[in-house]
Design a protein around this ligand. Structure first.
Ligand code: AMP
Length: 278
């Protein structure tokens, strides 16, 4: 496994084997089983696998969140080596954002609500860095998690709109035994917050069960989830949504397919999760 930092070195490795299929998994590092599930899928479907680890400052709207974000690059590299990854690319911040940097990639309607509304600039930071990473790696396939459903929807839109020849593969959310979606941020929770956090999973699962039992009214599904989250004193709701899975537009009345999603604070730690019904 090679660990590469300069853009030119990453380009050279890719250029050396143009005929092979390249799978790409972009991450912020602090890897867990969720990331590794993407890596395993990429490993199974491609000749070469590249994973990038880059804590992208442009997608953090709060300086405190950027600083607190866990960084475990050496451990990450060991895990990736064990998974048979070919290349770990750890871009340099100064090279990714050269002096005078002023170009952004803005996927419009899909990024305006939910995460876009509650974390201004976040998704524009994601779509800009993903475009840059794609330009250097030029993957055949790129792997994203359903855990970040809006991000996946924005990347799908981006690739379609900008005519990029890259297949976007979205993989299911990996969970802890108690249902909590795996996240690099989970380690920042106190013991009490960690014990309370599976309420997200329970609220979503109950809404899915209600939907399966015939309750298709968006308003009722939303209020069902709200009541469940509010029953947990350590949880503070940022948003609760029942939206169209592709456009992320909020839905009203009866729905035949929907993305149920929520963002909830436990102290300073913001967790997101979602499930789809169809
Ligand atoms: P991050 O490092 O948080 O930017 O995540 C990198 C990729 O891993 C993104 O495509 C995420 O959606 C995906 N991911 C994060 N957590 C999970 C999870 N629990 N299950 C599946 N994929 C995940």
């Amino acid at each position: 496994m090679e660990i590469i930092t300069p853009i030119q070195a990453m380009r050279a490795v890719r250029r050396a084997e143009p005929e092979l299929s390249w799978g790409f998994v972009p991450t912020l590092g602090a890897l867990h089983e969720g990331h590794l599930s993407l890596v395993r899928r990429a490993r199974a479907e491609n000749d070469r696998v590249v994973e990038s680890i880059f804590v992208n400052p442009m997608q953090f709207e709060r300086q405190s969140d950027l600083q607190a974000y866990p960084r475990t690059v050496e451990r990450d590299a060991d895990l990736l080596n064990a998974e048979g990854v070919d290349v770990v690319w750890t871009p340099d911040e100064a090279e990714m954002y050269p002096p005078g940097f002023q170009t952004v990639v803005d996927v419009q309607a899909v990024t305006r609500r939910l995460e876009g509304e509650h974390r201004p600039g976040h998704l524009q930071g994601v779509t800009t860095i993903v475009t840059k990473l794609f330009n250097v790696v030029r993957p055949t396939r790129a792997y994203f998690g359903q855990k970040d459903a809006q991000q996946a929807a924005a990347v799908r839109r981006l690739v379609l709109d900008l005519s990029m020849d890259i297949a976007i593969v979205v993989c299911p959310t990996e969970r802890e035994a108690d249902g909590l979606a795996m996240s690099s941020r989970n380690v920042l929770l106190t013991q009490e917050q960690r014990a309370a956090a599976p309420v997200l999973y329970r609220a979503l699962s109950e809404a899915v069960r209600a939907w399966e039992a015939g309750e298709h009214q968006a308003e009722i599904l939303r209020s069902w989830m709200k009541t469940r989250i509010e029953s947990e004193p350590l949880a503070q709701i940022d948003y609760i949504s029942v939206a169209d899975p592709d456009t992320l537009e909020e839905l009203h009345g009866p729905v035949d397919r929907a993305l149920l999603s929520l963002a909830v604070y436990f102290g300073d730690v913001r967790l997101i999760d979602n499930m789809t019904v169809s």
